[in-house]
Design a protein around this ligand. Structure first.
Ligand code: SAM
Length: 248
């Protein structure tokens, strides 16, 4: 689909390491960081985690890097991301971090120790149970922190901390841990204003970018995998064109 209206790109994907690229962003220029880092939860023991590849789930898409760190490695990385969040977020701006329940006790203090305020724990109800035994999981979690100094900034009153949303079917995924667009849209609409800027330092296939554009926000993504950067660019160019034509 093509249309004639003059393009104004509302997104950018930066190839490289999350910490290196976050350091290039201007102070107090970002409304929210919404991100889905590696979960590093592929095993119940540290040895199990390090042996795991992409959460132990084989997928037709490629493996991604950084998913077999131990607990301390992930906590160290995300604390450094939170330090950058303290610098680049507007006062009252939000950091939303997807994680597995096993990592919450390590990650929440790591993020808090960077100087952010712990506000909430959002539960994503996937609507159907996953693999396993006993209490088979059907949820994932999102840690919510804000930059202090002023009250947290909220832009929707209809957000609950329990969000039901079906997962992306495996056959449709272009990333092994792809998140649903509607879920990300719900998160973004609560913590950012119209036209606000969302940053995702672990962008994967750019689902957060698609959600941000569909919600009328701008987006900057960072991703270490070159092939995923290409996937993101392709996805977002299509979405932008679709939205532009729809509003023409
Ligand atoms: C859980 S995935 C994100 C998936 C994404 N939410 C989606 O829906 O496609 C995490 C991504 O972070 C990337 N990554 C891991 N370590 C990184 C780092 N230090 N800097 C930048 N990207 C990194 C991986 O390549 C992977 O694509």
């Amino acid at each position: 689909m093509t249309c004639r209206k003059k393009p104004k790109q509302r997104w950018k994907i930066l190839h490289g390491d999350a910490l290196d690229q976050l350091a290039t962003l201007k102070p107090e220029s970002v409304d929210a960081i919404v991100t889905d880092p590696p979960y590093c939860a592929g095993g119940f023991t540290e040895k199990g985690k390090q042996a795991a590849r992409a959460m132990g789930v084989r997928h037709k898409t490629r493996w991604f890097t950084g998913d077999n760190m131990g607990t301390a490695g992930l906590a160290f990385l995300l604390r450094a991301v939170a330090c950058q969040a303290c610098r680049i977020l507007v006062p009252g701006g939000s950091l939303l971090v997807f994680c597995d329940w096993r990592m919450v006790p390590a990650l929440a203090p790591a993020l808090e120790s960077a100087g952010l305020r712990h506000q909430n724990l959002v539960v994503w109800d996937k609507g159907s149970i996953g693999l396993g035994k006993g209490f088979r999981p059907r949820h994932e979690l999102v840690l919510h922190f804000t930059k202090g100094g002023v009250k947290p900034r909220y832009f929707s009153k209809s957000g609950s901390n329990l969000i039901p949303c079906k997962r992306v079917p495996a056959r449709k995924r272009v990333h092994p841990t792809e998140k649903p667009i509607e879920l990300l849209e719900r998160l973004i609409e609560v913590v950012t204003p119209e036209d606000g800027l969302v940053v995702d330092p672990f962008a994967g296939s750019g689902t957060c970018g698609e959600a941000a554009l569909r919600a009328g926000r701008q987006w900057v993504g960072i991703e270490r995998g070159r092939a995923f950067c290409a996937t993101t660019s392709e996805r977002l160019a299509q979405v932008e064109e679709e939205l532009r034509c729809a509003s023409a």
